[in-house]
Design a protein around this ligand. Structure first.
Ligand code: NDP
Ligand code: 2IT
Length: 455
């Protein structure tokens, strides 16, 4: 006899079958839905309206061809995507990722997570995500421009300031947003807030570039404060060296911590003296202007460099002592061996700047070892939150000061932290930020869906 599946187990089983071949999406669904189990008894109305079944299916997924011509005159073809996952509480909102690994399943995982993250920000934004398997690495500015124009020549018909508002993610920064927005503006002939992460001269918000990294550190600081601790004098590992990592490092330095690692897809540097503000300036120029590799940092500052290893490999294999881990590169950076490595290293706090950087086995280790664990959808929500503030400023046709936006960002991160803790407590899961974040984000979206009836 088969055991009768719970409502949640049943949805997960269906996703396993119907979305086979999308492992990252299944992982995200499992991570969120298993923590929603206690909401089933409390909310029979959600069960009746089949909210759990409905929320794992996107409103729509748009797939398109992106043909462009490279500098050698050769035709190139990439795949373009936009997943409009859920707009129950506001227009679809979420980044665009340009990376060769991009596929439908990865963007569905990101779009699904975005629904709950955006709900946590307190701002009215639905969940979406998009991108392409285009690889910006090694491409000239002209090639990136032509690709962005080709990509926007299809995307434009699906987006709009009240409909779907994309932004950056891996491989999409200020340069790409400029090309994408410039082309949108030309073909639609409207200057509206249809993308966020725009340049300051044409509608961008102060603090948007900094927001994700700063927010991740603000969230960690809030978690540390619950144990009467702070960043002062702490040893911190950061992975990645892109947008999120750069501003996480800056904020850790401001709060008196010492960041000893940074990485890219080729390897990891370990700088025992810490990546101070001067070295960070070098790193920003290396990554944002010269688009070089992290190894050059090791050559310049005569630090250790581990080719082909992530910071989590290095911590695990080299026995480096650390207090706080900030994974800021990509999904599934940390597995169970890395998490056990963190425990051995003396680490007790993980705040996720990247999306889903810890796999389910790593999360289990954090939980068993009573880590302060800030899951991505809470800890990195600062980026999209300031995107939401960029939308507000565009609608009002004004611009807030750095101090104003930073204060709002800090307030939002504190509010998310409180929502996580209060929600976890109300479900008898004190200190469980994962459950708090998932249920906190879900309830808001589910209630809105309920109000709409069956649509
Ligand atoms: P960037 O493209 O600016 O930087 C990404 C960094 O991570 C680079 O150092 C890159 O190395 C490294 N990286 C990317 N993919 C891999 C991989 N497969 N293996 C090893 N290293 C990798 O992206 P962001 O900083 O914007 O994004 C980083 C993470 O943060 C992502 O998970 C993103 O989804 C998340 N995030 C971003 C937000 C934002 O506002 N930008 C908001 C919230 C979350 P290399 O250059 O060698 O590829
Ligand atoms: O994962 C994310 O939250 C982002 N890449 C930012 C999305 C946004 O719309 O600013």
């Amino acid at each position: 006899m088969h055991k009768k599946l719970s409502v949640i187990e049943d949805v997960i089983e269906k996703v396993k079958i119907k979305d086979a071949g999308q492992p990252e999406f299944l992982q995200a669904v499992e991570e969120v839905l298993t923590t929603l189990e206690p909401t089933v008894n409390k909310h029979p109305e959600f069960v009746k309206a089949k909210i759990y079944e409905r929320i794992v299916i996107p409103d729509r997924a748009i797939l398109f061809r992106v043909p462009w011509v490279d500098d050698a005159g050769e035709v190139q073809v990439n795949r373009g995507f936009r997943i409009e996952f859920n707009n129950a509480i506001g227009p679809y909102k979420g980044g665009l990722r340009f990376h060769p690994s991009v596929n439908l399943g990865i963007l569905k995982f990101l779009g699904f997570e975005q629904i709950f993250k955006n709900a946590l920000t307190t701002l009215p934004m639905g969940g979406g995500k998009g991108g392409s398997d285009f690889d910006p690495k090694g491409k000239s500015d002209d090639e990136v421009m032509r690709f962005c124009q080709a990509f926007m020549s299809e995307l434009f018909r699906h987006i709009g300031p009240d409909r779907d508002v994309p932004a950056g993610d891996i491989g999409v920064g200020g340069r790409e947003i400029g090309y994408l927005y410039g082309y949108y503006k030309k073909i639609v002939n409207e200057h509206t807030g249809v993308l966020t992460g725009k340049g300051l001269e044409y509608g961008g918000s102060l603090i948007r570039p900094e927001a994700t990294g700063y927010g991740t550190v603000y969230f960690a600081a809030e978690m540390l404060a619950t144990r009467k601790q702070d960043f002062n004098g702490k040893r911190v590992t950061v992975s990645g060296s892109g947008n999120v990592s750069q501003y996480a490092i800056e904020k850790v330095n401001e709060l008196g911590g010492k960041v000893i690692t940074a990485s890219d897809s080729n390897g990891t540097i370990v700088d025992e003296a810490g990546i101070d503000s001067k070295k960070l300036e070098y790193l920003l120029d290396l990554k944002n202007n010269r688009r070089g590799r992290i190894k050059e940092y090791a050559d310049k500052y005569n630090t250790k460099y581990y080719e082909g290893k992530s910071p989590w490999d290095v911590v695990r294999d080299e026995g480096i002592k650390i207090d706080i881990a900030l994974p800021c590169a990509t999904q599934n950076e940390l597995d169970v061996t890395h998490a056990e490595g963190l425990v051995k290293a003396g680490c007790y706090c993980v705040s996720e700047g990247a999306n889903m950087p810890s796999d389910l086995s790593a999360i289990k280790v954090y939980q068993e070892n009573n880590f302060l664990y800030g899951p991505a959808k809470a800890a990195n929500a600062g980026g999209v939150a300031v995107s939401g503030l960029e939308m507000s400023q565009n609608s009002m046709r004004l611009m807030w000061s750095r101090e104003e936006v930073d204060a709002k960002l800090l307030g939002i991160m504190k509010s998310i932290h409180k929502t996580c803790l209060d929600t976890a407590e109300s479900y008898g899961r004190n200190g469980d930020y994962l459950t708090g974040a998932n249920i906190g984000g879900f309830i808001k979206v589910a209630n809105a869906m309920l109000d709409y009836g069956i649509v």
